[in-house]
Ligand binder design. Structure first.
Ligand code: RET
Length: 241
């Protein structure tokens, strides 16, 4: 079988995310039963991405619009996995609810972040589907604005609420959020430089960078979440059993 470079990178993503899922399954056991949902959430994210990479590699997740190939599978993946990634951080930041008022505040904060994130992906898809520059730029800017709202809320309100609850989990939250943000900021840049934007980089380079980013932002990130939770709850991963 003769694979193109693009296809090879799709398979790299598939293998990387699949392997990440297996590592998360292995680590899940090491968490106290009440904390396993963190690992389940991480596993759900890597599983969705593994499926998406399989479809991309098999050529089942792209459509051609006015001669331009849109990898629709990416957006389908992101529209589920990016809210779940944010949720995995939000449940670390805001673990306990002490009053009804707090629970309402928490609900509206979580919904704002998740809705803004979903709109970021949907408007990004519209940018990719646009056949003229004006539409493309308007949708792109809209998507970036939603992205800024997500970052603003996560670094602002969520972070300060986290510190008002529990210092140790707030520190874990901040560390994971910093890792996540560094990876996430690269996506709109790759998008703009790649075939969806100004085609400054080749499709092969774009696919390679996305694959490396996806493996880092989902598999490596998921493993970091599980290890951090294990440490936070006093169960050393390597000393158990
Ligand atoms: C797009 C294009 C339009 C502008 C912006 C974007 C942001 C995408 C992001 C994606 C994150 C994806 C992750 C995937 C899983 O690992 C849609 C590329 C702002 C932030 C983390």
């Amino acid at each position: 079988m003769d694979l193109s470079t693009v296809q090879q990178w799709f398979w790299f993503g598939f293998v990387g995310l699949g392997a990440g899922s297996l590592v998360i399954i292995y680590l899940m056991d090491k968490l106290p039963a009440k904390k396993r949902f963190h690992a389940l959430l991480a596993l759900l994210i890597t599983s969705i991405a593994t499926i998406s990479y399989y479809a991309l590699a098999r050529g089942q997740a792209d459509i051609t619009v006015a001669g331009h190939v849109v990898y629709i599978g990416r957006y389908l993946d992101w529209v589920f996995t990016t809210p779940l990634l944010l949720l995995s951080l939000l449940v670390i930041a805001l673990p306990s609810i002490k009053s009804t008022a707090e629970s309402r505040e928490r609900f509206s904060l979580i919904s704002t972040v998740l809705v803004a994130d979903i709109l970021m992906i949907v408007t990004g898809l519209f940018a990719d589907l646009s056949t003229n520059t004006v539409d493309k730029e308007v949708w792109y800017v809209a998507s970036c604005l939603w992205f800024l709202i997500v970052l603003y809320k996560m670094f602002g309100e969520v972070k300060s609420l986290a510190f008002s609850h529990n210092q140790r989990s707030a520190e874990v939250y901040t560390r994971l959020l910093t890792f996540l943000s560094v990876a996430w900021v690269c996506y709109p840049i790759v998008w703009l430089l790649g075939t969806s934007g100004y085609s400054v980089i080749s499709l092969a380079t774009e696919t390679a960078v996305y694959a490396i980013l996806d493996v880092s932002a989902k598999a490596v990130f998921g493993i970091l979440v599980v290890v951090s939770i294990a440490k936070l709850h006093g169960k050393e991963i390597d000393s158990s059993q």
